[in-house]
Ligand binder design. Structure first.
Ligand SMILES: Cc1cc2nc3c(=O)[nH]c(=O)nc-3n(C[C@H](O)[C@H](O)[C@H](O)COP(=O)(O)OP(=O)(O)OC[C@H]3O[C@@H](n4cnc5c(N)ncnc54)[C@H](O)[C@@H]3O)c2cc1C
Length: 247
């Protein structure tokens, strides 16, 4: 992507003002995925001077700043296991040092591993204008994003884990799955190929096949829906056999 001009606001208020005056401005997180796009934009708003790179925690939740890199998530040491597992296999360390959590969430990529993990954890997003919305709602909607994601609120989980299936280490997931339990149990499935969604009606007596029965898996050039369904069922069976999701 080529920008005619890039601004680097030094406060969130300034960044919001620029965005309000330039509705077509492009927000730049790590800039890694934007770089791959072949288009021109009049204005880019670089968020790197807004101090949005942090991981904080209180008794019940973590607060992750939108400019926190995937490498920071990977090395934080205390974030939920499924989140750490979902990022540590994305590209190489160099990529994870540049890519941001905010860019990953806002890109709403159908192949995303991190969004599947965040969805299973019941993450909530804090935008500068719209305020707080659930990740579930954000992934479900198709509105054009004209707002700055400032942070992600991630509830603590008692147990969580994720699974993904890739042909090679640096490939995109053919299908992925993440589970978390705490106040309630959540199972998210992503790269179906399509944005991550939650399994509704979780019945602890059900098998993996039964739990995934209403999830839609589709064909694309990389694999069929039936193949994806089968892999997801195997991955979820593995998790259930561990016996830690529900006891
Ligand atoms: C080679 C390669 C391999 C990858 N492999 C995987 C993989 O296996 N699994 C996986 O899950 N992901 C993968 N990714 C995607 C990666 O993890 C990131 O999701 C992606 O690069 C976007 O992050 P970024 O910081 O570069 O965002 P950017 O490129 O800066 O932005 C992405 C989008 O989000 C918007 N945006 C960014 N930050 C904000 C904000 N704070 N508020 C509002 N809008 C914002 C931008 O305007 C843009 O539309 C891969 C990417 C690359 C380049």
């Amino acid at each position: 992507m080529n920008f005619k001009e890039i601004v680097q606001p030094s406060s969130l208020e300034e960044a919001c003002k620029v965005l309000a005056n330039h509705h077509k401005a492009v927000i730049i997180g790590g800039g890694v995925f934007l770089r791959l796009q072949k288009r021109e934009a009049e204005l880019g708003i670089d968020l790197s001077r807004l101090s949005l790179s942090y991981i904080k925690e209180d008794e019940k939740v973590f607060h992750i700043g939108s400019m926190t890199t995937l490498r920071d998530v990977e090395t934080s040491g205390n974030l939920p296991r499924c989140l750490v597992e979902s990022v540590r296999q994305i590209g190489g360390v160099g990529l994870r040092n540049m890519v941001t959590v905010g860019g990953s969430v806002c890109g709403r990529y159908p192949f995303s591993d991190i969004n599947t993990a965040l969805l299973s954890l019941g993450a909530r997003l804090i935008f500068s204008n719209k305020g707080e919305i659930s990740l579930e709602q954000f992934l479900d909607e198709n509105y054009i994003l004209n707002d700055i994601l400032t942070s992600i609120v991630v509830p603590k989980a008692e147990y969580s884990t994720c699974r993904y299936f890739k042909h090679t280490y640096t490939d995109f997931s053919l299908v992925n799955l993440s589970v978390a339990s705490g106040d309630n149990i959540r199972i998210a499935v992503g790269a179906r190929p399509g944005r991550a969604i939650l399994v509704s009606d979780i019945n602890t007596g059900h098998t993996a096949e039964e739990l995934l029965a209403h999830i839609e898996f589709k064909d694309d050039i990389r694999g069929s829906g039936a193949y994806r369904r089968h892999i997801a069922e195997v991955m979820l069976s593995e998790v259930l056999e561990e016996g830690l999701l529900w006891k």
